[in-house]
Design a protein around this ligand. Structure first.
Ligand code: GLU
Length: 318
């Protein structure tokens, strides 16, 4: 396969090179030891206590070190977007004394590492989607939801790990002509990373949890969805690299995705940020007496707006 030809065919509009992007977002000039952190909420209009929990940690880590704390809007999932959501996040954080130095604002962007809304960064993601394709590390996949479901059923029956990988990745070895024919026939495609089955493990030193050991990624996970918008995984790696984050403070629900992120950082030859995976907020259920996650449906105190409405002082929350 001529990967260069494939990359040119899939990404005819990409003009920038990876070096251009690197020049556009130079290393930050900050005092030694200064940390750069962020929150990356989705613009759903609902700001929850977990957002604040991570924001307070990020804000302190940045500002106690003369660093930068910024707001990035993670709007790759357009189904969930609500108007005015950026203002809602900023106002909610403001009420709790959490202020951003840089990032998305209701009036637009503030800072030189933007755009700070992921949907406006499509051209940047595509430069690296093209690079990975050129290197034979990414390929277009035409599998339908039904085909993926059938694979999953087969894997469950065989007691194998679910997912698109190895022999289950049906589009891995399509020829350039087959790919062109599919695209010309109007078939939708996503761009998948070509995972490697090595059986190796990886180790990440989490600043909260210590050493996390996990199997190395072997999945052909999705980098770009069929509308050309990246998945969280691809956007996280590119954005935190080029916005020059030093620490990624996020909920523990992301730990299971870490092998994909490590694989991307290594493949692209970039230094990983320090990961800080925070605990999920829990409460004692009044009925059962057991511990459980806070739920949007049952627990009004999960919404930050609740504290403002009830007039609860921000100090009580900190
Ligand atoms: N958009 C992600 C979320 O809301 C952000 C996770 C992160 O901070 O990387 O969970």
């Amino acid at each position: 396969m001529d990967y260069k030809a494939l990359a040119d065919y899939l990404f005819p509009d990409v003009k920038d090179t990876p070096e251009d992007i690197d020049r556009r977002f130079p290393e930050r000039q900050l005092p030694a030891g200064a940390n750069v952190t962020r929150i990356g909420p989705s613009p759903t209009g609902f700001v929850h206590l977990g957002n604040l929990y991570n924001a307070i940690i990020g804000e302190r880590i940045a500002h106690q070190s003369q660093g930068v704390f910024y707001l990035r809007i993670e709007d790759t999932d357009n189904k969930r977007e609500v108007e005015g959501a950026v203002e809602t996040v900023i106002n909610a954080m403001d009420y709790f004394g959490v202020h951003f130095d840089e990032g998305a604002t209701a009036q637009g962007d503030n800072g030189s590492y933007g755009p700070y809304r992921q949907r406006q960064r499509k051209d940047i993601y595509h430069v690296f989607a093209k690079l990975l394709t050129e290197r034979g590390l990414a390929y277009p996949c035409f599998m339908t939801a039904e085909e993926i479901e059938a694979v999953r059923e087969q894997q469950t029956a065989n007691k194998e790990n679910p997912g698109v990988y190895g022999k289950y990745a049906k589009c891995r070895d399509l020829t350039l002509d087959e790919i062109k024919a599919n695209i010309e026939a109007g078939k939708e495609w996503v761009l998948r990373f070509r995972g490697q089955e090595t059986g190796e493990t990886i180790a990440v030193e989490d600043a909260i949890r210590g050493k996390l050991e996990m199997p190395r990624n072997n999945m052909d996970f999705v980098l770009l969805k069929s509308d050309g918008i990246p998945t969280y995984h691809f956007a996280h790696v590119i954005d935190d690299h080029f916005m020059r984050s030093t620490h990624v403070i996020r909920g523990e629900e992301w730990i299971s995705s870490l092998p994909m992120h490590v694989e991307l950082f290594n493949t692209l030859g970039w230094k990983q940020p320090v990961y800080c995976h925070t605990a999920t907020l829990m409460k004692i259920d009044e009925e059962t007496g057991g511990k459980r996650k806070l739920s949007k449906r049952k627990d009004p105190e999960l919404a930050l707006s609740y504290y403002q409405q009830e007039g609860i002082s921000r100090d009580a929350i900190w």
